[in-house]
Design a protein around this ligand. Structure first.
Ligand code: SF4
Ligand code: MG
Length: 329
């Protein structure tokens, strides 16, 4: 087994408090029974609308949030219930790049301080060793060593994201979670940053979990793609099968809303048919049975009463939809 990351039956429920006593009156099921693995050197794309739980999933994997149930294995070790001190050796191997890398960071810190901070926290390197590493990584992300003396506000959005990537990579992690790293950037800049991330992956032997809200962004960079809806993965497949032969009605709907439609002659005709209507239901009160049924044009009686399980429909291509399963299974 060559998995670097393996997630099994992972759940993250947030309690909903109500009434004067602030008792728990329900749960927001942000991540609800999610299972997948990521091979070493692979990029798994995760796509879903905002509110689908994809960012929460990333944060639970990185132990920024505790899981409610289930497990996360990293390099063969269960990290899902480690205390922060026990997690420390893993921390430097698992990093995250956010949509706005400086939203949560001190704007008074220079680029050098920002990039060197993880080394200060995670290593015993000297000041000059830290600077050496910062110079090395800033050049790898396409900036110059003089840029280390500047401040984030002096850079464009694309350059700031390069700095965010440098900060994430400076201590040589094995695994990077990319949480919508290009969503805030102009389309032309998006392509540059995505190309950079792909080059860095090849160069440094990285494994990526790449989160996005539309399928066009992850198409370029992913080996396999998972589609999330209301805290669950509804379809997962290698990139080619997912884009050429989407099985789940939700994936089909997402593909019809991609501005640049796949022009290959074998692209599936049924992707033309499904139009997504209505809003995402609340994860605090999801529909019974198949949670997509309130928006699914192909919903039928069984969909309201029985939850569709993930089923391997073609080789390595899984979907959770009653259209593909027989009732007596
Ligand atoms: Fe649509 Fe039913 Fe399939 Fe859900 S299980 S996606 S409602 S057809
Ligand atoms: Mg998000």
């Amino acid at each position: 087994n060559d998995s670097l990351v393996s997630v099994k039956n992972l759940k993250k429920y947030f309690p909903i408090k109500g009434g004067v006593l602030k008792r728990t009156v329900g749960h927001l099921k942000a991540v609800d029974d999610v299972t997948f693995h990521i091979q070493k050197g692979e990029t798994l794309g995760i796509v879903g609308e905002s509110g689908s739980g994809k960012s929460t999933l990333g944060r639970v994997i990185l132990r920024l949030l505790d899981p409610t149930e289930g497990s996360v294995h990293f390099d063969g070790e269960d990290i899902s219930h480690l205390k922060s001190r026990q997690f420390r050796p893993f921390r430097s191997n698992m990093q995250i790049v956010f949509q706005d890398p400086f939203a949560s960071l001190n704007s008074k810190m220079s680029v050098a301080e920002l990039i060197e901070e993880p080394l200060l926290v995670q290593t015993n390197l000297s000041k000059s060793e830290r600077r050496e590493k910062a110079i090395e990584i800033i050049e790898k992300v396409g900036l110059r060593k003089e840029d280390l003396l500047k401040y984030p506000h002096e850079f464009s959005g694309g350059q700031r994201q390069r700095i965010g990537i440098a900060r994430a990579l400076v201590n040589h992690p094995k695994f990077l979670i990319c949480d919508e790293p290009v969503s805030a950037l102009d389309v032309s800049i998006q392509a540059q940053v995505l190309n950079l991330m792909k080059d860095l992956q090849d160069d440094l032997g990285l494994t990526y979990l790449f989160i996005a809200h539309d399928l066009s962004v992850v198409k370029h960079i992913s080996d396999r793609v998972a589609v999330m809806y209301l805290g669950r993965i509804v379809e997962i497949a290698d990139k080619k099968s997912l884009y050429n032969n989407p099985l789940h009605p939700y994936t089909q709907a997402l593909l019809t809303s991609i501005p640049v439609i796949n022009t290959k002659q074998n692209s599936s005709a049924k992707t033309e048919k499904v139009k997504l209507t209505g809003d995402l239901p609340s994860p605090a009160n999801p529909p019974s049975g198949c949670t997509f049924r309130t928006r699914c044009p192909l919903a039928h009686d069984r969909c309201a009463v029985e939850r569709p399980e993930m089923t391997e429909i073609e080789d390595g291509h899984f979907a959770a939809c009653h259209l593909y399963t027989t009732k007596d299974k």
